[in-house]
Design a protein around this ligand. Sequence first.
Ligand code: FAD
Length: 452
Amino acid sequence: MENIVIVGGGVAGLTAGYHLSQKGIKVTVVEKEDRPGGLARSFGYGDFIFDVGPHRFHTDDQKVLRFIKMVLGPDSVSIPRSSGVYFFGRYHEWPLRLSTLFKLPPSLTFRVAKDLVHRRRRTGSSFEDYIINMYGQTLYDSFFKIYTEKFLKHNPAKIHSDWAKAGIDRAVIDKKMQANTLFSLIRKTLLPKPVETEFIYPTSGGIQLFSDRLAAEIEKNGGEIRLKAGVAEVAAGKKKVEEVTLADGTKLNPDLLIWTAPIDLLCRLLEVEEPRLSYLSALLYNAEVKGEPTMPYQWCYYGQEDIVFNRISIPRNFYKGTAPEGKTGINLEVTCREGDLVWNDPEKLSSVVIEDMRRVGLIPSPDAVKALHIEKAVNVYPIYELDYLYPLQRILNHLSYIGNLLLLGRTGTFWYNNMDHSIAAGMDAAEDIVSSQRQGIHPLYHRNDFWA
Ligand SMILES: Cc1cc2nc3c(=O)[nH]c(=O)nc-3n(C[C@H](O)[C@H](O)[C@H](O)COP(=O)(O)OP(=O)(O)OC[C@H]3O[C@@H](n4cnc5c(N)ncnc54)[C@H](O)[C@@H]3O)c2cc1C
């Protein structure tokens, strides 16, 4: 393989690029932003560092864990998890514990207990069916439905159950802690020793450090990282990508194109039928706050519809060096659609965001917020509509005829995953490419076994 072009400098593209360049293969990574990292990038304002929401490494895959540790070297800490959820006007631990149920209004606790005894199984494949089967109608109505409508801006009855399967795993992170039914909630709570989840977080530069290091290694190995280099055109014959044109007019002719940018963008550029797949975007309100954190949580979900943000995270509770002494950075996430009213005018929400911070006890008064920086993140969550598998499969069938194209990563495969999954897929893809070079077979498509 002479020349591999990787579109997207997120963790999937960079991991693949690192392993390929280690084998002496020439890679060119093209990234539209001004820095690598993709969804796992960071923002610095003076001594404050924020990531795109809460970002920490956790994996059960020893190969991936060794790789993360090798990349970060001594510049990381291992920390126990601490996360929460806010509903009915108070904070609870996340993942939910049995004790949570007793802190709810008594009539609700009674109804939750009734759901546990009288379980009626639903047979549909929507998010709503899945959650009601798992947690019962009462918890669905009082938390999951409200949170999902607020977060996704969609009716949960029209969302596929894969969103629940992947989403709850994403939110819990550690498989050992996953309590996806009321029964398993009780079982986990009765365990003699609570399960402790450890996260890895960099001690300099936020989560960005991982991608910066990979990009530097790729360059050291003779590869190229092109930033502010969005792909503007992709020309392909029936069976081969011939040319990739960047926004500045540069033309690249890859032997193999690894695509980690959104899959629907590729379809648009190739002028093939555009799949009905869409992503949710997010506005990140990064607040510099006077004083110490008011809660121990690294991140917390807000299920109430009258609170404008869905989730907050406090980088200082991952690593104290992310904010100056006596100050706290708080990231507040508001999901929206790219181009909608909120997206176009995010400043309009600033005062609401600050007032809601006060209402939920994150700050004593609005003047504790010394600065509020707004960042926009596109294509942050794939939206799994009820029939999303049909357009996705259609497009995969179509693209599979292109022999020198490999799809990879979260947006590249429309996969609601975590960094460790993108890293594992990047490593596997690089291995497949190197071995297929030897055996003469070519990988058409690469993804972890999420749908298996
Ligand atoms: C709020 C939030 C919190 C998260 N928390 C965690 C966590 O705690 N732990 C965890 O493991 N995972 C977490 N994740 C998931 C994690 O961010 C992703 O799994 C991972 O970053 C995906 O990497 P990727 O390379 O597959 O995709 P991406 O990061 O999406 O990379 C795709 C890249 O393509 C680039 N691109 C797009 N269009 C073009 C173009 N036209 N030309 C060139 N480049 C282009 C993009 O800029 C981007 O850099 C979180 C995600 C979010 C959104």
